[in-house]
Design a protein around this ligand. Structure first.
Ligand code: ATP
Length: 318
């Protein structure tokens, strides 16, 4: 079976149980997270073989994450770090703006070339990654090394996912790393705020040669571009309770939609397919906002009767 392999951080999200600033919060709840891990779990729930390449500590949090990934049916290529601990983040959602502390010196930043098995990557249907691992060494060189090796052989999917906290005082370096990643990527997803930030800092996405570009705008929906085709898909209407991971749910559904349409690896996608895949991704992302936590993608069985899902399947059967 063909797998979609995610590479990157898997970590514990400690989510504040009280309102207010992190400074004043008294208790936190432990949740599995990390954007690339969220995408792998989303894929698996949507019926696509999802795998994760990462690194966790030889500690109880590492055991917990591996157990949860296995429960979700994600294939793990996760090495254990004898020196560094599993990554942790403390998160508070204050209105639209999350406040968080992302800890440094953790296992996923210590990903080394010999931690990574190449066979699953070379045989993957697509490989997905984000920006976080580029913020530190040795994970930066390890990930760029892998991507450069795979470029042109396996479709590469990139969620820009900017975490400015990790790059304080090094914004210029962050932009150069993002640019380098954009040059390698075939499929790119980013939020409208990130698109604007890049544009304001002299990076125009028109200069790159993506096969598919997806820009998400929260409750305003998403825009998909491929070659000359461009579609705007309004958001699916829901009452959100927790939008964390909506972007990752969208990315998982985008990749799953491409998989079900047999379009991963195609150079361009026509408007009709962009619309179907976009509607499916917006639906899955919207449902994810009605559930708590970052692992909130619905299972395929739950949504298979919905028209956005059926139209995608009809297409894939032809
Ligand atoms: P994050 O990084 O917080 O996960 P993001 O900025 O990557 O989010 P958004 O643009 O907020 O992603 O959301 C991704 C997709 O999720 C949107 O394109 C939309 O389809 C869906 N979505 C998000 N918020 C809502 C909402 N309030 N109602 C309906 N759909 C939503």
């Amino acid at each position: 079976i063909m797998m979609i392999v995610s590479i990157g951080e898997v970590l514990i999200d400690f989510i504040a149980l009280q309102e207010g600033k992190l400074k004043d919060v008294k208790s936190f709840e432990k949740h599995p997270g990390g954007a690339p891990a969220n995408v792998a779990v989303g894929l698996s729930r949507l019926g696509v073989e999802g795998a994760l390449v990462s690194k966790v500590g030889e500690d109880p949090f590492g055991d917990f994450l591996l157990e949860r990934l296995h429960d979700e049916g994600v294939k793990t290529y996760v090495s254990r770090d004898a020196e560094k601990h599993t990554g942790v983040v403390f998160v508070q959602l204050i209105g639209a703006k999350p406040e968080f502390i992302l800890y440094d010196g953790v296992a996923y930043f210590n990903l080394k070339p010999w931690d990574v098995e190449t066979t699953p990557l070379e045989n993957a249907e697509a490989v997905h990654f984000g920006t976080v691992l580029f913020a530190r060494e040795p994970s930066r060189s390890t990930l760029f090394g892998i991507l450069e090796e795979l470029k042109g052989r396996v479709p590469l999917s990139y969620d820009v996912n900017i975490r400015p906290d990790l790059w304080r005082g090094r914004e210029e370096e962050m932009l150069r790393n993002i640019e380098r990643a954009l040059q390698l990527a075939d499929i790119v997803k980013l939020g409208d705020g990130e698109l604007e930030y890049l544009r304001n800092n002299g990076i125009s996405l028109d200069e790159f040669d993506f096969k598919l570009l997806a820009v998400t705008s929260g409750e305003k929906g998403s825009e998909l571009t491929s070659g000359d085709a461009k579609v705007h898909i309004p958001a699916y209407r829901v009452e959100p309770v927790d939008t964390t991971g909506a972007g990752d749910a969208f990315t998982a559904a985008l990749l799953a939609g491409l998989h079900y349409s047999n379009l991963l690896g195609e150079d361009s996608i026509d408007e009709e397919h962009l619309r179907k895949i976009g509607r499916f991704a917006n639906l899955v992302a919207a449902i994810s906002t009605t559930r708590r936590g970052a692992w909130s993608v619905p299972k395929m069985e739950e949504i298979v009767q919905m028209k956005e899902v059926r139209e995608l399947y009809q297409r894939s059967r032809r």
